[in-house]
Design a protein around this ligand. Structure first.
Ligand SMILES: Nc1ncnc2c1ncn2[C@@H]1O[C@H](COP(=O)(O)OP(=O)(O)OP(=O)(O)O)[C@@H](O)[C@H]1O
Ligand SMILES: [Mg+2]
Length: 326
C-alpha cells in the first residue's frame, strides 16, 4: 500500500508527516538554480548548505517567500523531491493532505492541487493552515465554541476565529517573520549605517529578539558592511534596540487581532474570552508578543507548545483519520 503523507509547504520551512509515524522531514524552503539553464540544482537542506558558497551562475532562492500558489513548476519539483525522500520510489502513489493559506482563490487551489498531483500524489486534501495549526496546538476545534488562532509564519500572519472545524472570520497580513527580519535590517541601516544580510537579521531576531522593552540589556556583536564606505564593520546592538525595530510589526499583528474581534459575532467573542487566543508558527516565538496581543485585545493569549510544528502536526492528525474520511 502507498503511504499517506502530510505536507506543510511554508515560506521558510517544508515539513512532511508520515501517517502513523510523525514528522519525517523538516527542511528549509530553499532551492539553488543554475541561472544559465534555469534548472534546479539543489533543494532544501542541500541548497541551504550552498548559501554563500556558490559560483556566480548558481542562485539561492526562497521560491515561496510570497506564497506557494505562484510557482507551479518549482512547487511540483520540490514536492516530488521531498516525497521521494520520505517515501522512496514506490510503485503505489501516496495520498497527501497539505496545508494551504486560507486566501487561495478557487483557481489557485486548483493550481496547487495539480502541482501536488504532478509530483506523484494520487489524491490531495487541502487543509486551511490555521485549522491545521489550531488542531496541532491541541485545541478541540470540533466543538461549537469559538477559538482564535494567530499563525505567524515566514511570509504571512493568518488570524482565524474557528468553530465546528470551520473558519468563521479571518484576517491575513503580510507582516510575519520575514518582515520582522526586514525591520531589523532597516533599523541597522538607519541607526548604525550598517548593511547586514537577511540571514544575519534572522539570527539576531532569534538570538535576542524581544517585543517589549526590558530592563535586561543583553548586547550582541553584529558584523556587516558600512552603508557608506562598504567596509566590513562590527557594532554592538542591544536587545532594546531590537525591540524598537520590531515595534511596528508587532503592533500591526496585535492591531489586526483587535480588528478581527470587531468583526466576530458576539457569541464567539464570549467563547474566545473564555478559551483565550493561541499563537502558533515560528514567527510567534518572539518573547513578549503574546503579552502585547493579550494587552491589546484584553484576552488571555498563549504561545502554543512548539509553535513551528503546529501546522504539520494538525495536518498529521487529519491524516491519521484519513481512512475514515477517504
Ligand atoms: N525562536 C524564534 N524567535 C523568533 N522567530 C523565530 C524563531 N524561530 C523561528 N522564527 C521565525 O519563524 C518564521 C518561520 O516560521 P514558520 O516555520 O511557521 O513559517 P512557514 O510556515 O515556513 O511560513 P508561512 O506559514 O508564512 O508560509 C521565520 O521568520 C523564523 O525567523
Ligand atoms: Mg506556515
Amino acid at each position: 500500500m502507498g503511504k499517506d503523507i502530510g505536507i506543510d509547504i511554508g515560506a521558510s520551512t517544508v515539513s512532511v508527516y508520515l501517517k502513523g509515524q510523525g514528522i519525517a522531514l523538516n527542511e528549509p524552503s530553499i532551492i539553488a538554480i543554475d541561472k544559465d539553464s534555469g534548472n534546479i540544482v539543489k533543494i532544501g537542506e542541500e541548497a541551504r548548505l550552498l548559501t554563500g558558497r556558490t559560483p556566480g551562475n548558481i542562485a539561492i532562492l526562497r521560491p515561496f517567500r510570497n506564497g506557494i500558489n505562484i510557482q507551479y513548476d518549482i512547487l511540483t519539483k520540490m514536492l516530488a523531491f521531498f516525497v521521494r525522500k520520505v517515501c522512496g520510489s514506490r510503485i503505489f502513489k501516496p495520498r497527501a493532505a497539505i496545508s494551504v493559506p486560507s486566501d487561495l482563490s478557487q483557481g489557485e487551489e486548483r493550481l496547487v492541487t495539480e502541482a501536488v498531483l504532478a509530483a506523484g500524489i494520487k489524491k490531495v486534501y487541502l487543509i486551511d493552515e490555521t485549522i491545521a495549526a489550531a488542531s496541532g496546538a491541541g485545541l478541540d476545534i470540533s466543538l461549537p465554541s469559538g477559538n482564535m488562532v494567530i499563525n505567524i509564519g515566514g511570509h504571512m500572519t493568518a488570524i482565524s476565529v474557528i468553530s465546528l472545524n470551520k473558519v468563521i472570520v479571518s484576517e491575513l497580513l503580510q507582516t510575519a517573520g520575514d518582515s520582522c527580519d526586514e525591520a531589523v535590517i532597516s533599523y541597522l541601516c538607519k541607526s548604525h549605517n550598517l548593511t547586514v544580510r537577511e540571514e544575519t537579521a534572522e539570527e539576531l531576531k532569534k538570538a535576542i529578539g524581544i517585543i517589549q522593552q526590558s530592563d535586561r540589556q543583553p548586547e550582541i556583536k553584529v558584523h556587516g558592511i558600512g552603508y557608506y564606505d562598504g567596509l566590513p564593520r562590527t557594532i554592538s546592538l542591544s536587545q532594546n534596540e531590537i525591540a524598537e525595530a520590531l515595534t511596528v510589526e508587532a503592533d500591526m499583528i496585535a492591531g489586526a487581532a483587535v480588528s478581527l474581534l470587531e468583526k466576530t459575532p458576539p457569541e464567539l467573542i464570549a467563547d474566545i474570552k473564555k478559551n483565550g487566543i493561541t499563537l502558533t508558527g515560528g514567527g510567534a516565538m518572539l518573547p513578549g508578543l503574546s503579552r502585547l496581543i493579550g494587552e491589546a485585545t484584553g484576552i488571555k493569549t498563549e504561545l502554543a507548545d512548539n509553535p513551528p510544528i503546529c501546522a504539520i502536526m494538525g495536518v498529521g492528525s487529519f491524516l491519521d483519520r484519513l481512512s475514515e474520511l477517504a
